[in-house]
Design a protein around this ligand. Structure first.
Ligand SMILES: Cc1cc2nc3c(=O)[nH]c(=O)nc-3n(C[C@H](O)[C@H](O)[C@H](O)COP(=O)(O)OP(=O)(O)OC[C@H]3O[C@@H](n4cnc5c(N)ncnc54)[C@H](O)[C@@H]3O)c2cc1C
Length: 439
């Protein structure tokens, strides 16, 4: 009997998993490379704050996994992994229902020779009462869209009758209070993007008329972007404050209700819309695989990104991997997932060929961090690769560099020609579409 091809099954087609599947697919083809994702289309997760603000149209940005599979030469299976049968070497998937509720794929089992888990992370509410029920998160396109539609509805509802489009005066409608809990990159970028959305909504007559959108960014640490150098935090804070965002630091939210937040001293903060962006955890299902996990459910992997099961690897946000040379673990960032995908490409290629995997460990190259503060501004620190020194960058240069990260992801997934065509197409489309998605 001929040998069956060695199959590498990657679960999670996000910032890291899709890049790995596309690169392996182009080299080895669909009989060797299988990608499983619970969604039918892909969006680069760091764009979700733009979807939430309505400045990016999800229907123009997302890419169908079936199309990507066809073009990059991997097999795509849609389904949500809910368990693993390690003895049979099978991933167990839930059935998939379409938008009408009709089952489109039954529950299935997918066999693997090597399994790579890249299922990302989700919001961590840290057990805060009411947060899960009343706050919106930015974990998926559905949640980002939910926020956008709620924001739009609340804005429209506040326009007094007869004033849709003209400033007729009269009784002042109540303002709209938006609270963002957590001022890491996600919270800061969302606050800045909402400022862009506010300007776009005003342009179309959906903001103003006495209804002010008030944005409050709340952080428990003593500065925003606390994982980044202080200079960056202060630059970002002063940019946000100069554009009207209220920034509250050293404030811990102890409860979330439908119309207000409360802190640990019982003070109340009125809110019409609350976004929770205060931390992450990996899906709880990872704790049930019989493999070591940490307190936020991340699979513990070694420097080669292997779990204790030699057939199972994990990377990206769902894994706790050592940061070689830093005596700590790698941060949950798109840059880490991107570089780990390139590292695993070599390891998976060796396994498919039946050769020994490279013995070197994954060494993260920190090129610095960039945070977008709107469409024309950003702040960041860039690390000199040779000198190890860091440079502070801001303004349009930082924003353009930030955009290049997204481009790098598209290049890894689509290749040069298609990325260029897509970028040009989107640029042209922008001229004929509203600045903010209005429907
Ligand atoms: C609004 C926002 C802004 C951000 N900005 C930045 C930034 O500026 N810079 C930066 O470095 N990082 C940023 N991040 C973090 C960055 O998005 C993540 O670190 C990165 O996406 C992690 O990549 P990943 O491949 O591990 O997971 P993800 O990109 O989250 O992909 C996980 C994939 O797994 C799929 N999946 C999940 N569970 C299952 C399951 N059970 N079965 C099948 N499929 C499953 C999901 O559908 C998804 O496609 C931001 C995050 C957010 C939310």
């Amino acid at each position: 009997m001929p040998d069956l091809p060695h199959s590498v099954v990657i679960v999670g087609g996000g910032a890291g998993g899709l890049e790995l599947a596309a690169r392996l697919g182009r080299k080895f083809g669909p009989s060797h490379v299988v990608l499983i994702d619970k969604a039918e289309s892909h969006i680069w997760k760091p764009s979700l704050h733009e979807v939430a603000a309505g400045t990016l149209d999800i229907h123009r940005e997302d890419l169908s996994y079936f199309m990507l599979a066809r073009e990059s030469g991997f097999t795509f299976i849609q389904g949500e992994m809910h368990a693993l049968d390690r003895n049979a070497r099978e991933v167990l998937l839930l059935s998939v229902a379409g938008s009408t509720g009709l089952e489109i794929f039954p529950a299935r089992r997918v066999g693997y020779d090597t399994l790579v888990l890249a299922i990302g992370s989700r919001t961590n509410f840290f057990g805060t009462p009411g947060a899960r029920e009343h706050a919106i998160t930015l974990d998926s396109t559905e949640q980002a869209e939910r926020f956008r539609q709620r924001l739009l509805n609340l804005m429209v509802r506040r326009i007094p009758a007869g004033q849709h489009g003209d400033d007729a005066g009269g009784a002042e409608p109540p303002g709209l209070d938006i609270a963002i809990v957590g001022a890491g990159a996600t919270g800061v970028e969302l606050a800045a993007e909402l400022l862009e959305a506010r300007a776009g909504l005003a342009y179309y007559g959906l903001h103003g008329h006495g209804c002010e959108m008030r944005i409050t960014l709340i952080e428990g640490a003593d500065r925003i972007l606390s994982a980044l150098p202080p200079k960056l935090s202060f630059a970002a804070q002063s940019l946000l404050e100069s554009r009207g965002v209220e920034v509250l630091t050293g404030l811990r939210i102890a409860g979330v209700s439908a119309d207000h937040l409360s802190d640990q001293d019982g003070r109340r903060y009125p809110t019409d819309l609350c976004v929770w962006a205060a931390g992450i955890e990996a899906p709880a299902m990872l704790g049930e695989l019989g493999l070591e996990t940490n307190r936020v459910n991340q699979l513990v992997v070694d420097a080669q990104l292997r779990t204790a099961d030699p057939r199972i690897y994990a990377f990206g946000d769902c894994a706790q991997a050592p940061w070689i040379g830093q005596n700590s673990n790698l941060p949950a960032r798109a840059q880490v997932a991107h570089q780990q995908a390139a590292f695993l490409y070599d390891a998976m290629s060796a396994r498919i060929r039946g050769a020994p995997a490279p013995s070197r460990g994954f060494a993260f190259r920190d090129y610095g961090s960039l945070v977008s503060i709107g469409h024309n501004r950003g702040v960041g620190n860039l690390m000199g690769v040779l000198s190890g020194k860091s440079w502070f960058v801001e303004g349009l240069v930082a924003r353009l560099m930030y955009m290049s990260l997204h481009l790098t992801h598209h290049l890894a997934v689509l290749g040069f020609g298609r990325t260029a065509a897509l970028a040009l197409g989107r640029l042209l489309l922008k001229r004929g579409t509203p600045r903010v998605k209005l429907h």
